[in-house]
Design a protein around this ligand. Structure first.
Ligand code: SAM
Ligand code: SF4
Length: 437
């Protein structure tokens, strides 16, 4: 095997896991191929958070299996990510074209697995979970050059009733702060200017570790790294959004005032059934505090429409929460049944039509709110990290601290610089402005 191609499904965490698998393969001498058709090894890095994500994977696997049989080149097909963990060996019996199965916490074993595959013809499966994974320094191939993802922890201890993550990504484990600082320092030296710290619940970073560094303290350490202009993070569990973290967002100049704070529902009854451990009132309080201490903070969220047992009244409470909080943007999903989760046993599963209707209502309401929030920025001065030329000729593009895309007239090589832009107009998905310096 000399060339590889990775197809990634799902969240930023998976995108970054793919960068790491690329790092391991390139350290082994493999080179990237632009298309699956040209590669000797294809990795499908999968997601199983909702049924739809699983279906996408199986249809792609079918296409590749066909390719494998047809041209007789004997491409190696590897399955990584959450479906690899969920299905393990079963994938081999279900789809004989699969050669390797590697779980999310076993990525560091990929190099040995490729060697084993070269030496034997048997399929290789590693889903046991490497207990030392969080202590390992895994190389990553990043291509952006400006913005980088950095994992700070793995797994999740929360067991929300609808979610497969704790079963597939294991218990919460934090990387040592010295490894994270070294990685971000090296990124700065390579010219990266923005890092996004990744974890299922970054607010509980450090819990159970020998090192007592908390998440706000980690932000303080990263703030001191020269060359890095901006620090972002996802995701924050509302229960664990501490006053210290709110102050870190307000006080540390490089930490962007942008918080993704998934609420899931506006009904206390549904939140309790979901095992979220906060009430809608407590959530509203946290939002209020954030807006006082970090003025202008952009807040985004996740919503699940049609959780089992959700009544019309519960659904209305979610809509009311959206009206009250006025999020900058949201990600909303229909509830999806996931194997092994507690929500399967909750009575009152809703029809697809009800879930669909409730989702549509949520999205319709939020569309107006997002546009209104964007229009509120017209006339303001925004700090923008320039990403380069926009698709429209003669204009540059970048993002505000609140993570909104801005297009503005300008030429020259400003990529990587922080500039001030006066916002002149606003659309649903982006802002337009003029350069002030
Ligand atoms: N750890 C993060 C958190 O606590 O919000 C995000 C985890 S998950 C990858 C991203 C989002 O997917 C969740 O916030 C939730 O809204 C959604 N999600 C998870 N399981 C789901 C399910 N069974 N059906 C629909 N949406 C789901
Ligand atoms: Fe899933 Fe809840 Fe953990 Fe997020 S906090 S990954 S929704 S179990």
């Amino acid at each position: 095997m000399k060339s590889y191609h990775i197809i990634t499904f799902g969240c930023q965490m998976n995108e970054h896991d793919s960068e790491r698998m690329a790092g391991i393969l390139e350290a082994k001498g493999l080179v990237p191929a632009a298309h699956a058709e040209d590669a000797e090894m294809v990795i499908l890095n999968t997601c199983s958070i909702r049924e739809k994500a699983e279906q996408k994977f199986y249809s792609e696997l079918g296409r590749l299996s066909h390719l494998k049989g047809r041209d007789g080149r004997g491409i190696t097909i590897a399955v990584a990510g959450c479906i690899a963990q969920q299905e393990g060996k079963r994938l081999l019996s279900r789809t004989p074209s699969v050669d390797l199965v590697v779980g999310p916490s076993d990525i560091a074993r990929l190099s040995d697995m490729v060697t084993a595959r070269r030496e034997r013809t048997k399929p290789v499966v590693e889903t046991g979970g490497d207990p030392e994974y969080h202590q390992k320094v895994v190389p990553a191939v990043r291509t952006d050059g400006l913005k980088a993802w950095v994992s700070i922890m793995y797994g999740c201890d929360n067991f929300c009733a609808y979610c497969v993550v704790p079963y597939l990504r294991g218990r919460e484990r934090s990387r040592p702060p010295r490894d994270i600082v070294a990685e971000v320092r090296s990124l700065a030296e390579q010219g990266y200017r923005e890092v996004t710290l990744l974890g299922q619940n970054v607010n509980s970073y450090g819990k159970g570790s020998a090192d007592p560094t908390t998440f706000p303290e980690l932000l303080g350490l990263l703030q001191d790294i020269d060359g890095i202009h901006r620090i972002r993070f996802v995701t924050s569990h509302p229960r664990d959004l501490s006053d210290e973290l709110v102050h870190a967002i307000g006080d540390l100049p490089k930490v962007c005032e942008a918080v993704h704070l998934p609420v899931q529902s506006g009904s206390d009854r549904v939140l309790a059934a979901m095992n979220r451990n906060y009430t809608a009132a407590e959530y509203r309080d946290k939002v209020r505090k954030l807006r006082v201490i970090a003025p202008g903070v952009a807040i985004t969220t996740d919503i699940i429409a049609g959780f089992p047992g959700e009544t019309d009244d519960d659904a209305e409470q979610t809509l009311q929460l959206l009206r009250d909080v006025e999020y900058d943007n949201i990600f909303a999903f229909k509830y999806s049944k996931r194997p092994g989760t507690k929500a399967l046993d909750i009575p009152g599963h809703l029809s697809d039509q009800v879930k669909e209707d409730r989702l549509a209502q949520i999205l319709r309401l939020q569309r107006d709110i997002t546009l209104r929030k964007n229009i509120q920025l017209v006339g303001s001065l925004q700090e923008v990290l320039v990403e380069g030329a926009s698709k429209k000729g003669g204009t540059l593009t970048g993002r505000t601290r609140g993570n909104k895309a801005v297009n503005f007239a300008g030429a020259g090589d400003l990529r990587g610089l922080l500039v001030t832009v006066r916002i002149q107009s606003a659309g649903q998905n982006s802002l337009t402005g003029e350069l002030c310096e």
